[in-house]
Each structure stands twice: as structure tokens, then as C-alpha cells.
Design a protein around this ligand. Structure first.
Ligand code: URA
Length: 286
């Protein structure tokens, strides 16, 4: 397992309310055959992660510790086709399209569009080179004001979790939302808004070519997995976790939205487990 947490990273997780137990000796990876059934990550005791409130104590095993990859790869499918008007747009052209977008009524109430944030590029025409694409729902009030995703409390939690993996929002990561404009009053995105905005996300994915997509929360999950998971909108997030899905050929791991985690603290440990699965998927893919 390549996830070697140092003391600082452990302390950060602790401060977030996520306690991670990890053996000192190197773990041995045992990949699961792609055809095997999904392994419920909760049952996978080889990544013992627990919430402070309900710490799972595990002693170091006498035998070498084995990490079983809970990887179930869904059948690969073509990604949905990018809207033809966007299909040839470069990264800066796409950014300009979003900033001028008037496809739905959110353009009347937004202060800023929120295209995304991530790794800087040296070539202004090139998309950022990233390993991770993290997809949330829609900008909130702070994001609308600043034009950047996840700058509020939920964003702080996300940043801390990324830091615990040795990542950061400007380092090998890109963060975007399904919607690029704020729904007034932070209401849920409406179906027509999602339909109008999804082509931008699809083109972002096509240009970024991330090694992993982390879909955070119901709206990101539905938007990304609809082509490959029939009836995804009726499947609880908890049932979609713990396996590697696909968006085209790109692996997708789902997790809870950070705003949900702030309201449901015991679920933080599960989100940390999801991030470990995503990290594992990136590192084993090379
Ligand atoms: N929630 C989201 O889904 N996205 C943001 O950018 C901020 C909060």
C-alpha cells in the first residue's frame, strides 16, 4: 500500500475526527480479480479507519498485513458525448464559454461563474495536468462570491482530507462542480440546470483526462454514473461506495459530499476510506 501516513498527516486526520490505524510494516497488495464481486469496504478490515467517537481498536497482526483491494470494475462504457459546440474547445475557450453562459436562469442571479480550481499550467492553452478530478454539486454563497469551488467549511474539510493524502487543490488535483453557477439560497440543482451544465463538465473531463474521478454527493454521482449504473439515482450513496465505477475508461470512486459530512460526523471515517480507495486506484494504475 502506498499510503504511508506520516505523523503530521495522522495528526491532521485526528483533528478532523478521523482516526486511522495502520501497521508499521509494509502492507502487501492482493489485487482482487476484476470479475469478482464487490467487497464491501466496511468489511475490509485491512484499512481500519474509525471515527474518534467509535474507535475500532485493532492490534498489529502477527502475520503480515494484507491489503485487499476492494476494486470492482464496472463494465467500461463510452463516456457520454460532449456537446458538439464544446467538443473542439480548448481549456481557455471552455472557461470563456462558462463565464459567458446564459443557458439557464442561474445566470441572472450568479455573481461569478465557478469553473473550477486546480493545478496551474505553464501553457495557458493546455488543461491542467492532474491525477484527480473531484466533482461536487454546485457553488454556494462563498464560492459564488469568490469564483472558486469549495472555499467554505466543506472546502476546508476537503482540503484537510486531501492534505492527509499528500495532495492539495493546486497539486495534481482539479476540483469542479456539476453546476457552474450558484442555485439561489443553496437549493438543490434543478434537472434543467443539470442538463444545461453537464456538457461543460464532460468537456472538462475529456480535456483533463484524470486518472481518477472522485464523485462527491448525490448530484455528482448521478451525473457521472448514469451511463454505467442503471437506476443510479435510486441507489443509496452508501451502496455505491466501496467499488470502482467507470466513466468511459476513467475510474470513478463515490463518496459523501463534505457538507453532508459536516452534518454527519460519524460518516467522516467512511469518506476517508473512500479517499484511500481512490488513492489506491491511482497508485496501482501507475
Ligand atoms: N458545495 C459544492 O458542491 N461545491 C462547492 O463548490 C461548494 C460547496
Amino acid at each position: 500500500m502506498s499510503l504511508n501516513l506520516d505523523d503530521r498527516q495522522r495528526a491532521m486526520l485526528d483533528a478532523m475526527g478521523v482516526t486511522v490505524w495502520w501497521p508499521q510494516q509494509a502492507a502487501v497488495l492482493v489485487p482482487v480479480a476484476a470479475a469478482s464481486n464487490a467487497i464491501d469496504i466496511e468489511a475490509n478490515k485491512s484499512i481500519p479507519v474509525s471515527q474518534n467517537a467509535e474507535i475500532i481498536e485493532e492490534k498489529q497482526p502477527a502475520t503480515p498485513h494484507k491489503t485487499v483491494l476492494p476494486v470492482q470494475v464496472a463494465a467500461s462504457a463510452r463516456p457520454p458525448r460532449v456537446d458538439s459546440a464544446l467538443a473542439t474547445q480548448t481549456w481557455p475557450e471552455l472557461q470563456a464559454s462558462v463565464s459567458q453562459c446564459q443557458a439557464c436562469s442561474l445566470c441572472q442571479t450568479r455573481k461569478n461563474t465557478v469553473f473550477g480550481v486546480g493545478q496551474a499550467t505553464l501553457d495557458p492553452d493546455a488543461p491542467p495536468q492532474v491525477d484527480w478530478l473531484i466533482v461536487g454539486e454546485a457553488p454556494g454563497e462563498n464560492e459564488d462570491l469568490q469564483g472558486e469551488p469549495f472555499v467554505g467549511q466543506a472546502g476546508k474539510l476537503l482540503d484537510n482530507m486531501l492534505r492527509s493524502l499528500g495532495l492539495a487543490r493546486h497539486d495534481r488535483v482539479y476540483i469542479a462542480n456539476v453546476l457552474k453557477c450558484r442555485p439561489p439560497g443553496n437549493r438543490n440543482p434543478a434537472p434543467d440546470e443539470i442538463a444545461q451544465c453537464t456538457p461543460y463538465l464532460l468537456r472538462q473531463i475529456e480535456l483533463l483526462q484524470p486518472k481518477i474521478i472522485l464523485a462527491m454527493g448525490r448530484f455528482a454521482i448521478n451525473s457521472l454514473l448514469a451511463p454505467t449504473v442503471p437506476g443510479v439515482d435510486n441507489i443509496p450513496v452508501g451502496k455505491l461506495r466501496g467499488q470502482v465505477h467507470r466513466f468511459g475508461n476513467t475510474p470513478v470512486v463515490v463518496t459523501y459530499h463534505p457538507a453532508y459530512l459536516l452534518r454527519n460526523l460519524p460518516e467522516k471515517a467512511k469518506a476517508w476510506t473512500d479517499l484511500c480507495l481512490a488513492h489506491e486506484t491511482v497508485t496501482t494504475a501507475g
